[in-house]
Design a protein around this ligand. Structure first.
Ligand SMILES: [Zn+2]
Length: 212
């Protein structure tokens, strides 16, 4: 079930325009067993099948899979070790989010969807080389205890959630917010939302919205 989720999510990422070619990577945690399922390294998302998915323990011990795991193996594991409520991590290289990763600037919550889904701002992690433990540590630090997304300096974005749909929602809202922010800054002065309004919308979206 988790292997199929990763295969399907790879195609979903490719079709979302949030990344190109084989960049970006995806993982999910099985809450029952604690195992983390990840995409393999450098394989095209349209040919990956369930046999190509890797299952690992949070400490990095590989339990299943014949492929080499994603180059950002450490980053994924570090996020799960740091945030027990998170069960899906989507790492993408989206164009507009990366504008702010290149500027190494946070993206403020300038639209209601961003306030709801992302919270007050999306921070940018310090630059570290891809695939390193240092990048994993920088990412965990930028996410902190509460954020659902961060930028990786000159590299990409990391979006996380309680499940895969939530992580994709974060990834899409992040990229939409970055696009609006970049274009608004080109033609005028951006008016920011008040912190009390952001906090209200964020709390409502994660704790009160929906049919339950
Ligand atoms: Zn990357």
């Amino acid at each position: 079930m988790y292997k199929k989720l990763i295969v399907d999510s790879g195609r979903r990422m490719l079709n979302s325009g949030l990344t190109v070619e084989t960049w970006g990577n995806i993982s999910a945690r099985d809450k029952g067993t604690g195992l983390i399922y990840l995409t393999p390294s450098a394989m095209s998302y349209d040919i990956i099948c369930e046999d190509d998915i890797i299952a690992a323990k949070p400490d990095g011990t590989i339990m299943e899979g014949r492929r080499k795991p994603t180059v950002e193996f450490e980053l994924h594991l570090a996020v799960y070790r740091a945030r027990s409520e998170i069960n899906a991590v989507v790492h993408t290289h989206p164009v507009y989010s990366q504008i702010f990763g290149v500027l190494r600037e946070p993206i403020p919550a300038i639209i209601d969807e961003a306030a709801q889904i992302l919270g007050a701002e999306v921070r940018c992690a310090r630059y570290e080389l891809p695939g390193t433990k240092e990048l994993a540590a920088a990412c965990v630090e930028a996410l902190g205890k509460n954020a659902y997304a961060c930028l990786l300096a000159n590299h990409g974005a990391v979006s996380i959630g309680a499940d895969m749909d939530a992580a994709f929602r974060v990834a899409k809202v992040l990229e939409m917010t970055a696009q609006i922010y970049a274009q608004a800054r080109m033609i005028g002065e951006v008016k920011l939302l008040k912190k009390e309004h952001i906090d209200y919308m964020h709390d409502f979206a994660y704790h009160h919205y929906g049919q339950k």
